[in-house]
Design a protein around this ligand. Structure first.
Ligand SMILES: Nc1nc2c(ncn2[C@@H]2O[C@H](COP(=O)(O)OP(=O)(O)OP(=O)(O)O)[C@@H](O)[C@H]2O)c(=O)[nH]1
Ligand SMILES: [Mg+2]
Length: 280
């Protein structure tokens, strides 16, 4: 007969076997990656769901000092590891145990831009023959990760007025600039390490306060504009979803309740299989 202690030890054993789930946050420069990880870091710390990794304490300290002074975050120049260890997620008014590591350390915005440019320039040959190229490194990242967050900034490089003046064209341009090359890259990379199946790809549309568009409209446009690569990615059994968040404009007095962080965290943990069984 299994007693309570054995059951508890069994569960401890089971949870130790649970691999850490690595989910990099990717996107070109200035789209809001650092802001997203800072907002998530603040959110999980405040709600007692996890913490920033020890390695990234200094970077988070710097970020918070910018928020405290109501300044925008500076562009990330260093390749400091930035990570969040998430141990719990909100779940129907309760919490669930998870084992999830979110990081931005892998491809900084500038390198990611170079990857996007390389992909946009056209035929890249067989990535398997060039493991040290950006695409080769991207492929390695894809294979070592359990899921991906791509941050998209619809307004990127424009004033809000200019963005709204030609809304439809600007949205399509943002997709062509920021998303299409990534989808192409993933499909190419899948030739190097075929097994992308089951790995979720979360497109996070940030700066909700700036673009001001309803999520339903973004979702509809996104599905239409990206129909072909989306069907190809889904054909690889990738689980592609969209989220809509705001990551700036909150102060240290904010409880961060309406920025979209809870749904993003919860879905992500479920999608990468990081959710542990409920405690008995
Ligand atoms: N209004 C608004 N601004 C945002 C939001 N998220 C980020 N920003 C601003 O966008 C700018 C770029 O954000 P970062 O988080 O530094 O972007 P990044 O992707 O880390 O950029 P790199 O480090 O250069 O790759 C900063 O000025 C942020 O304050 C948001 O939700 N709303
Ligand atoms: Mg950054």
């Amino acid at each position: 007969m299994i007693g309570p202690l054995a059951r508890w030890l069994g569960r401890r054993g089971a949870s130790r076997e649970t691999a850490r789930r690595k989910v990099p946050i990717l996107g070109v420069e200035g789209v809001g990656k650092s802001s997203l990880i800072l907002t998530l870091g603040q959110y999980i710390s405040l709600k007692k769901l996890g913490r920033a990794t020890i390695d990234s304490a200094q970077v988070f300290g710097e970020y918070v000092s910018h928020v405290a002074a109501a300044r925008p975050l500076p562009a990330t120049m260093r390749h400091d590891p930035i990570g969040l260890e998430i141990e719990r997620i909100p779940d129907d008014g309760d919490v669930r145990d998870v084992d999830l590591l979110l990081s931005t350390e892998d491809i900084p915005g500038q390198d990611f831009r170079m990857l996007v440019e390389e992909l946009r320039r056209g035929p890249v040959g067989d990535p398997a023959k060039r493991p040290n190229s950006l695409l080769g490194r991207f492929s390695a990242l894809l294979s070592s990760s359990h899921g991906f967050i791509f941050v998209v900034d619809l307004v990127r490089g424009m004033t809000v007025e200019a963005f709204k003046a030609d809304l439809q064209r600007n949205i399509w341009r943002a997709y062509a600039d920021q998303i299409e090359p990534i989808m192409t890259g993933m499909l190419l990379a899948s030739r190097m390490n075929a097994d992308l199946s089951g790995k979720p790809v979360f497109f996070v549309f940030g700066k909700r306060d700036l673009h001001g568009l309803p999520p339903e409209q973004i979702a509809r446009d996104f599905e239409r504009a990206m129909a072909i690569p989306l069907a190809q990615l889904r054909g690889k059994l990738m689980n592609v979803r969209q989220y809509h968040v705001q990551c700036a404009g909150w102060g240290l007095d904010s409880a961060l309740d309406d920025l979209g962080m809870d749904v993003l965290l919860s879905d992500l943990a479920h999608a990468v299989g990081a959710v542990r069984p409920r405690r008995g």
